[in-house]
Design a protein around this ligand. Structure first.
Ligand SMILES: Nc1ncnc2c1ncn2[C@@H]1O[C@H](COP(=O)(O)OP(=O)(O)OP(=O)(O)O)[C@@H](O)[C@H]1O
Ligand SMILES: [Mg+2]
Length: 250
């Protein structure tokens, strides 16, 4: 449903993305991994059109969207949850949610807001409070809820677990899995490579703005180079046979 070919982008003289290609299919979960500064955020910003593509093409749902404005892409269902959440703390929870629907041509219904509140009880209880009162985890949920208000077909999330406790990280990952089960394709930038690989079908590894690996996540989990670089260790040898010592019953 999303296809990028030979995508390059730069900040002035700084080349941040060089000839990156990727494909996200309907129903897919794709992970984007890479060290700090590898170009992960730049890739998402370029796919959304916040940064112009210097070279390459982006197709979404069969159409070339390379030159479309970000709001046009959002309207087609390509939606991003930005790095650092970018919740507007001076607005209420509900105003933040409504902002997510802003690129749409129609007005969001009460039922749609209720559906979000049904999912996030903490947001429901605080709907008329300033987003500033929310915890980091609640702000992440609000950022995802806001993206849902845009009616995404593909949701791109930039490090949604950053700064969250393991328990909240697990909640965010469970939410991503349930959105995917409801038919939303996912493009996930994530610090925690192990979690990201377990949660995804495909993975793209960026190194200095270039593709270092592109393939099925299980293959990446077994790749020695990748394990050394991101997962801290080498691939497990063929599992040794553990024969219990004689006379010891399990
Ligand atoms: N606004 C900017 N102006 C100039 N250079 C930038 C800007 N944003 C990013 N860069 C540079 O572009 C490159 C890619 O940055 P990017 O933010 O895409 O990396 P990232 O993989 O998302 O890193 P992180 O894991 O730290 O979020 C880096 O060299 C970075 O210094
Ligand atoms: Mg980033």
């Amino acid at each position: 449903m999303l296809e990028a070919n030979g995508l390059s982008a730069a900040y002035g003289p700084v080349k941040a993305l060089a000839e990156v290609s990727l494909r996200v299919d309907e129903g897919d979960v794709m992970a984007v991994l890479g060290a700090n500064g590898a170009g992960k955020t730049t890739l998402l910003r370029t796919l959304l059109g916040l940064l112009p593509a210097q070279a390459g093409h982006i197709r979404f749902l069969g159409e070339d969207i390379t030159r479309l404005k970000p709001a046009e892409r959002v309207r087609r269902g390509l939606v991003m949850v930005p790095e650092g959440r970018r919740v507007l703390t001076s607005l209420t929870v509900e105003e933040n949610l409504l902002m997510g629907a802003y690129p749409r041509r129609d007005t969001p219904s009460v039922a749609e807001l209720d559906a979000i509140y049904g999912r996030f009880s903490n947001l429901a209880q605080r709907r008329h409070m300033k987003a500033a009162v929310l915890s980091g985890g609640e702000q992440q949920m609000l950022a995802i809820g806001r993206a849902m208000m845009a009616r995404p077909k593909l949701m791109m999330l930039d490090e949604p677990s950053l700064g969250l406790s393991p328990r909240l990280t697990a909640e965010v990952f469970a939410l991503i899995a349930s959105l995917n089960a409801e038919g939303i394709a996912i493009l996930l930038v994530e610090q925690n490579a192990m979690l990201a690989l377990e949660a995804s079908r495909h993975a793209l590894v960026l190194e200095l703005g270039r593709t270092a690996f592109d393939g099925p996540s299980p293959a990446l989990l077994r790749d020695d180079r990748v394990r050394r670089a991101y997962l801290g260790g080498s691939a497990p040898e063929d599992a040794p046979h553990h024969t219990p010592p004689e006379g010891v019953s399990p």
